[in-house]
Design a protein around this ligand. Structure first.
Ligand code: FPP
Length: 257
């Protein structure tokens, strides 16, 4: 993708290397409950305010030139939360899509989902599918919502499909697994961000994050703003990425492993 002078100027103003922007950033949005508790409020209040941070992350991804943004919005484990919280999260998802999708469309954002959507309430599935359909030809940013997603679920599903496909196990390659993941066709994230000071990846894109850089920040998700996103990208740009290979003295990749 060619980089416009405006984009270069924007990156320079944020002290970012315009040629080294990660193509795909994945985020574990964490800390909504604690953010609400700090204010003497119910957890749902934190989720509602988390939507502002989603907006900021989308805006920062668009401005910095990130092409794919994946957000861990609901994990397969989240069903074990109190029923009222699960219902509130589903309602929030629907109301957010209803409110925001035309704005997303205006910005060229293509909405996608990753996970077992069939278990979501019907109203939720309908709204997601409608938003996916209406944005399918847009190409400024792919916003991928991980919904009823977990990596172990995804790997089990991929394995089932491969076992049924009749592929000789001796012919199995990593690319076969890639092609059967929920993220098939989407490049692996180069950067994974987790908010709220937790240092775990919680069953999130275990396969796809094999070579990603991890950025952990103590900021609670509802407080995560555009500047926090650029901080994470700067942190990423300061890492030596080796992919199991060696770096020569000019810090360029000499061998991939
Ligand atoms: C984790 O915080 C957050 C979630 C499980 C839900 C994320 C949902 C949103 C940000 C709002 C809706 C999203 C979209 C895409 C419209 P937590 O509840 O685990 O926080 P805690 O660790 O402090 O308890």
């Amino acid at each position: 993708m060619s980089i416009s002078p405006e984009h270069r100027e924007f990156c320079a103003s944020k002290n970012l290397d315009a040629d080294g922007i990660p193509q795909h950033v994945a985020i574990i949005m964490d800390g909504n409950g604690r953010w609400a508790a700090e204010r003497g409020q119910q957890r749902v209040f934190g989720h509602m305010n988390g939507v502002n941070a989603v907006r900021s992350a989308v805006e920062a991804a668009l401005r910095s030139g990130v092409r794919y943004l994946t957000l861990y919005a609901f994990s397969t484990e989240n069903w074990s939360r109190p029923k009222e919280e699960v219902e509130a999260l589903m309602d929030l998802l629907v109301s957010t899509l209803v409110k925001e999708v035309s704005d997303l469309e205006g910005k060229g954002v293509r909405l996608r989902a990753m996970g077992d959507l069939t278990a979501l309430p019907e109203a939720c599935q309908a709204e997601i599918n409608k938003s996916i359909e209406s944005t399918k030809n847009l190409d400024s940013l792919d916003l991928i919502l991980a919904l009823n997603y977990s990596s172990k679920w995804e790997l089990v599903e991929a394995t089932k499909q491969l076992m049924k496909s009749g592929l000789d196990p001796d012919d199995l390659e990593a690319s076969h697994i890639d092609a059967h993941l929920a993220s098939a066709g989407i490049p692996d994230p180069e950067l994974m961000i987790r908010t709220s000071g937790e240092h775990r990846i919680s069953n999130f894109m275990l396969w796809q994050l094999a070579y990603a850089e991890f950025h952990f920040t103590p900021v609670l998700w509802p407080d995560f703003g555009q500047e926090d996103f650029y901080d994470a990208v700067r942190d990423y740009q300061n890492r030596d990425r080796r992919f199991g290979g060696l770096l020569d003295t000019n810090h360029t990749m000499s061998k991939q492993g």
